[in-house]
Design a binder for this molecule. Structure first.
Ligand code: F6R
Length: 262
């Protein structure tokens, strides 16, 4: 089962992620980072950019693979995940742009793009640390409820709920939100060596309780994390509010030896 860390705010969560990744970059300068878009990882990327600057970390060899991309949205569109990853990760961290990959959402090649993306991840030696957000319906990447827990990267149909949640990035106009995407599968995500899932706010409380304490089920794709040997779930008090075993998670983290990291 995942380690659950309850923090006061997104900045505190971001610092934990940043420390973990900074340590990784020290020991493996060409490490492979799994990247997510959306609001949840933003403070973590900012904290990491801060570490990179303060510690004078050489990130020129760090490689990256994003989780997903909208289907049929031009990569130059400001809300494409290619643009978002460039703006929120590649530029602030100073990564080498050619080493950071985003699934190809072009409609003409989308049928083969998933296999090709999984092949590239494998050729890179696999993802070392995968950062994840979670949808209010329990999706990770864009694996909506019902997604096979063994799936590879492929095209998926977004749910109405996800399109409503993401309309805020498209002038609050759901009609501008694409209906399809290409996303790493749950099987792809589960191959990463360390998963770090971040969730904040009461809107995520139910999904987090299902993920951590519910049954493992395709109905809540994030519940697959229970089967991962190294998964860390970092949440604020609101996102933790529906967890039954909260006191134990707090106790375990408070008594964790510092050398253990996350
Ligand atoms: C984004 C992604 C999604 C988001 C999720 C939560 O690359 O894969 O699973 O992480 O929709 O989004 P936010 O963080 O905006 O609440």
């Amino acid at each position: 089962m995942a380690e659950v860390i309850i923090v006061n705010n997104e900045e505190a969560a971001g610092r934990i992620y940043a420390q973990c990744v900074a340590d990784l970059i020290h020991s493996k300068p060409d490490c492979v980072l799994g990247l997510a878009t959306g609001s949840s990882p933003l403070a973590a990327y900012q904290a990491l950019a801060h570490e990179v600057k303060n510690d004078h970390l050489d990130v020129s060899h760090v490689r990256g693979f994003a989780l997903d991309e909208y289907a049929g949205l031009d990569p130059s569109h400001p809300q494409s995940y290619r643009s978002t990853i460039t703006r929120t990760v590649v530029e602030p961290l100073g990564l080498t742009p050619d080493l950071v990959h985003v699934p190809n959402g072009a409609l003409s090649t989308i049928r083969e793009a998933g296999y090709e993306y999984d092949r590239m991840i494998k050729a890179a030696g696999g993802v070392d640390v995968q950062i994840l957000g979670i949808g209010t319906d329990g999706h990770i990447g864009f694996n909506e409820p019902g997604s096979s827990l063994a799936s590879g990267t492929r095209i998926k149909t977004l749910t109405q709920q996800t399109r409503e949640d993401n309309a805020r990035f498209f002038d609050n106009d759901i009609d501008q939100v694409p209906t399809h995407c290409i996303t790493q599968g749950i099987g792809t995500i589960m191959k990463a060596r360390h998963l770090v899932l971040l969730a904040f706010g009461s809107g995520k409380a139910e999904a987090i309780a299902e993920t951590v304490e519910g049954g493992v089920s395709a109905f809540c794709p994030a519940s697959a994390l229970q089967l991962h040997p190294h998964a860390t779930v970092i949440v604020d008090e609101k996102a933790a509010s529906k967890l039954r075993n909260k006191d134990y998670y707090r106790y375990a983290y408070e008594h964790k030896p510092a050398w253990q990291g996350i």
